[in-house]
Design a binder for this molecule. Structure first.
Ligand SMILES: Cc1ncc(COP(=O)(O)O)c(C=O)c1O
Length: 366
């Protein structure tokens, strides 16, 4: 695999497009998350779907996380391969091949999985996997999950029929709330989720069914879940990088503001006119599903349009225009799919390449 840069290289010398991790900002984000939780017993299990990199997972665990989440079995395989001993697949795993791989993984590490269907529980039971099993509740996202209350209890009873499956609790993740711009609206959404969680926990207690952990929450809301007292574990992912879309949220107490740590380094490859520059980073270098990247610390430069290999930058009247060959830092619109376009992080501190970290779960879709 071709390495995109070399250690000790200055940023200006790094070839483009390249995925940069600003180590100072990244480390600050790890610290900011942990400090925001001071005095709380809530566990942190960051989502590794964001970074797909065991080097980053190790640092999150060193900062205080109990383990990581993954969305796919193959991501979990990459994490375990990279030395991570505790992984929750925060997703349903359906199909004989995937379940067999999950069972295999459960003999190498502490593995958790989510369920929302009795047939799926029977299939997991039949695989001899030793798993922590979480019932996923539908709490407003309208994706996977069972309705709160009785349907969740029915599934818990199904799980309890197996000796190897351990009922570990509930997953309640409100994905749609994360990017709602107004904090007040995010708070309302999480309060509704909280009611669903509490109603279900009460029913479990009434039936003398212990519910060890409630897990969920992302970067846009996690302090709301923490303050509610209904969650025991949070799963923020994007906080380590902070993308351009998340930056548009209203960030106010109790949520701390995270720093931009992830960038796409690009080169101006054409200057067709005074009001236009073309960079070598298009949609194959920075995902555009959540909007265009922004140009970092260059007022008056607007990344207006992406095609496969080109990015069109509009130059406002009076703005400092970039020269041909000049390098521009872009903040990706959406961090997760952008990371999935690269094999390596070029880790930079104070303008010098300090490390190269492989993105070993890149393309891990199955
Ligand atoms: C189940 C689950 N937990 C946590 C997260 C992390 O969210 P974020 O990257 O917004 O912090 C996601 C992201 O989609 C998710 O699907």
């Amino acid at each position: 695999m071709r390495v995109p840069a070399s250690i000790g290289q200055r940023l200006e010398e790094v070839d483009t497009p390249a995925l940069l991790l600003d180590l100072d900002a990244f480390e600050k984000n790890l610290f900011t998350l942990q400090s925001s939780l001071k005095g709380s017993a809530v566990r942190v299990r960051p989502h590794a779907k964001t970074h797909k990199c065991p080097e980053i997972a190790r640092r999150q665990i060193a900062a205080g996380a109990v383990g990581v989440c993954c969305q796919k079995v193959s991501e979990a395989e990459a994490m375990v391969e990279g030395g991570i001993g505790d992984v929750l697949v925060s997703n349903e795993v359906v199909g004989a091949q995937k379940i067999a791989r999950l069972a295999e993984l459960s003999r190498r590490a502490q593995i958790g999985v989510c369920v929302d269907n009795p047939e799926n529980i029977a299939a997991l039971r039949g695989s001899n996997a030793e798993l922590d099993v979480y019932i996923e509740l539908e709490v407003g996202m309208r994706r996977c999950g069972v309705a709160p209350g009785e349907p969740a209890l029915t599934l818990a009873k199904e799980i309890a029929k197996s000796k190897k499956l351990r009922f570990a609790g509930l997953q309640a993740y409100h994905g749609r709330a994360q990017h709602v711009r107004s904090l007040a609206e995010r708070r309302t959404a999480i309060q509704q989720a909280q009611h669903a969680v509490e109603e279900t926990k009460r029913l479990f207690e009434k039936n003398r069914f212990p519910c060890p952990i409630v897990t969920g929450a992302g970067s846009g809301t996690y302090m709301l879940e923490v303050q509610s007292g209904a969650w025991d574990e949070i799963q923020p992912g994007s906080y380590v990088f902070m993308d351009a879309d998340y930056a548009k949220n209203e960030w106010a107490a109790p949520l701390p503001r995270f720093a931009h740590a992830l960038f796409v380094l690009s080169t101006v490859m054409s200057r067709p006119g005074p009001d236009r520059a073309i960079v070598d980073a298009g949609l194959k270098a920075s995902s555009v599903d959540s909007g265009m990247p922004t140009v970092w610390q260059r007022p008056g430069l607007n990344y207006a349009q992406a095609s496969d290999e080109h990015g069109k930058i509009e130059i406002a009247a009076g703005a400092a225009a970039p020269a041909l060959g000049e390098k521009l830092l872009l903040v990706p619109g959406h961090c997760d799919p952008t990371v999935n376009l690269y094999d390596w992080y070029v880790c930079v501190r104070a303008g010098v390449v300090e490390a190269l970290w492989p993105i070993t779960a890149r393309g891990a879709l199955q």
